[in-house]
Design a protein around this ligand. Structure first.
Ligand code: SF4
Length: 340
């Protein structure tokens, strides 16, 4: 695990924040109980009362097991899912009620990088055409020559240098890491202020992962891009993220500066995730904490703290009290009744 760059205290974004999410909820209606559908409605609680903010040029890692709601959160931010309730402010504008046409405009500035570079690229288009496509869709970039200049810059900023060597090639001629760089170039060509990177390295060979994480860190530093880095692997956040938010069953259960969360986790779930991250130095290893049972059903949420069925520290009160996030540790906020 790479250790994070130093960050002092709870370096939360100020008024210059790019994104502020407040009490965001996304539920999916499953249906009604009863033979004639007159019973109570049942929902999948995918994202439940999530609040966080993201500063300009900041990287926030959103970490949790698959199914915890982190990808649904990203799709809701992009407007590909309608929020059930809550506020999403992007660049000072409330976008949670925007129409599809308005969201298309927002997506010029908020770009998604998906997990699978093999699925994300049209196999019949050349690399130059793929990176040019977003400019055509959004009718941006001026003349054809100006558009080509932007394509070359995006490819080279994504580490495909010289760009001439890649423009005419097809996706299958590139390695997995190069394809993910093409996906990133396709986002960069629109000059976004925010990247939503959903598991951007999980499909890549281990040897390539560090290169892509370094590239994202470089884009944060050189272009001032904010990044919401979504991952199931706490071991990948140290080199890139300024802050970490840990999600469990649709909720953020711990958020704080990366150094504090990785070296002094407060929530039992964060401790469990961290305890299974491989560490080269045996003296720095945390005691393994294997959680019992499966993640509860997001349709029938447990009462009280939703982590209590798996929590090794649970007491009776945990079944009755649903703890909100409160300040704890070095700039962290934690949702646990046992953490002062
Ligand atoms: Fe565990 Fe209770 Fe804390 Fe929830 S509130 S994390 S069940 S100790």
């Amino acid at each position: 695990m790479t250790m994070p760059r130093a960050i002092s205290g709870n370096e939360l974004p100020g008024k210059d924040g790019v994104l502020t999410v407040t009490n965001l909820q996304k539920r999916f209606l499953l249906g009604r109980a009863g033979i004639f559908g007159r019973g109570s409605e049942s929902y999948v609680h995918a994202v439940d009362d999530v609040s966080f903010s993201l500063g300009r040029g900041e990287v926030l890692a959103l970490v949790g097991e698959s199914g915890c709601g982190k990808s649904t959160l990203a799709l809701t931010l992009l407007g590909l899912e309608k929020p059930t309730r809550g506020s999403i402010r992007f660049e000072g504008n409330e976008i949670s009620e925007y129409s599809s046409a308005q969201m298309k405009n927002v997506r010029r500035h908020m770009q998604m990088i998906f997990q699978d570079p093999y699925e994300s690229l049209n196999p019949l288009m050349s690399i130059g055409e793929i990176v040019m496509e977003p400019l055509k869709v959004h009718k941006l970039g001026g003349s054809r020559a100006e558009q080509e200049t932007r394509v070359v810059r995006a490819l080279e900023d994504a580490g495909l240098k010289p760009a001439d060597r890649y423009l005419k090639r097809l996706p299958h001629e590139l390695s997995g890491g190069q394809r993910q760089r093409v996906v990133i170039a396709g986002a960069l060509v629109l000059e976004p202020t925010l990247l939503l990177a959903d598991e951007p390295v999980s499909m890549l060979d281990v040897s390539i992962r560090a290169e892509i994480l370094n590239l994202l860190a470089e884009l944060r530093d050189t272009r001032g891009i904010s990044i919401l880095f979504i991952t199931h692997d706490l071991g990948t956040v140290g080199a890139l993220a300024d802050r970490v938010a840990v999600m469990y069953l649709g909720r953020i259960v711990e958020i704080g500066p990366t150094m504090a969360v990785l070296t002094n986790p407060q929530h039992p779930y964060t401790k469990a995730l961290l305890s299974v991250v491989p560490v080269p130095n045996p003296r720095l290893r945390h005691k393994r904490l294997i959680l019992s049972g499966e993640t509860p059903d997001p349709i029938n949420l447990p009462t009280g703290c939703r982590f209590h069925p798996r929590c090794p520290l649970a007491v009776d009160a945990c079944r009755k009290t649903d703890p909100p996030l409160h300040p704890a540790g070095a700039g962290q906020e934690v949702a646990c009744i046992l953490v002062e």
